[in-house]
Design a protein around this ligand. Structure first.
Ligand code: 5GP
Length: 187
């Protein structure tokens, strides 16, 4: 059976982490959530190799030079990227791979692998999004401002995605993603 690459993006604070965790709980038998590399500091509770591979800027830039990334982006002042080899390995092991990456990276993936399926998780409204972002209490004001400025750009880029899912309810959003996946995975 052909293994597929799915890419999920969404504005900061849209709740995509929760939606993806729920999706993975239900679909871990044939899906793997890709672990990205980043140069940002770990948040409390995050572990190296689980949430991200936390690497230095120098290491990241060396990987760019060596063409190790399927895609990478600079997001809110830090690098984030997906290793080509990591994704290939998981597909060879028989998993569909899910990438949770930003819109710049997603569009790079679509260029290299047009068969990849791009899903954008959108907030019910921008006001609701700002409320959720502040409620998280994990970022300072400057970071929040940077991330809100990013929202407009991300919504614009989402026009190029294959699907948009509104996260008005986690349960409903997960079910919609499952329907999209079922329609795209060869049986
Ligand atoms: P956070 O710092 O909140 O974990 O992630 C910030 C943003 O970086 C999110 O939009 C997330 O989807 C994105 N991101 C995480 N990993 C990657 C990656 O490997 N590549 C790209 N392009 N974006 C990523």
């Amino acid at each position: 059976m052909n293994k597929k690459l799915f890419v999920i993006s969404g504005c900061s604070g849209v709740g995509k982490g929760t939606v993806i965790n729920e999706f993975m709980k239900r679909n871990s038998d044939n899906f793997i959530l890709s672990v990205s590399c980043t140069t940002r500091n770990p948040r409390p509770g995050e572990a190296d190799g689980v949430n991200y591979f936390f690497i230095t800027k120098e290491e990241f830039e060396q990987n760019i030079k060596d063409s190790k990334f399927l895609e990478y982006a600079n997001f809110a002042g830090n690098y984030y990227g997906t290793k080509q080899k990591y994704v290939q390995q998981k597909m060879d092991e028989g998993f569909n791979v899910l990438l949770e990456i930003d819109t710049q990276g997603a569009l790079q993936v679509k260029e290299k692998m047009p068969e990849a399926v791009l899903i954008f998780i959108a907030p019910p409204s921008v006001e609701e999004l700002e409320h959720r972002l502040r409620g998280r209490h994990t970022e300072d004001e400057e970071t929040i401002q940077k991330r809100l400025a990013q929202v407009k750009i991300e919504l614009e880029r989402s026009q190029k995605y294959d699907y948009t899912v509104i996260n008005d309810s986690i349960e409903r959003a997960v079910e919609e993603i499952e329907r999209i996946v079922r329609g795209n995975v060869a049986r």
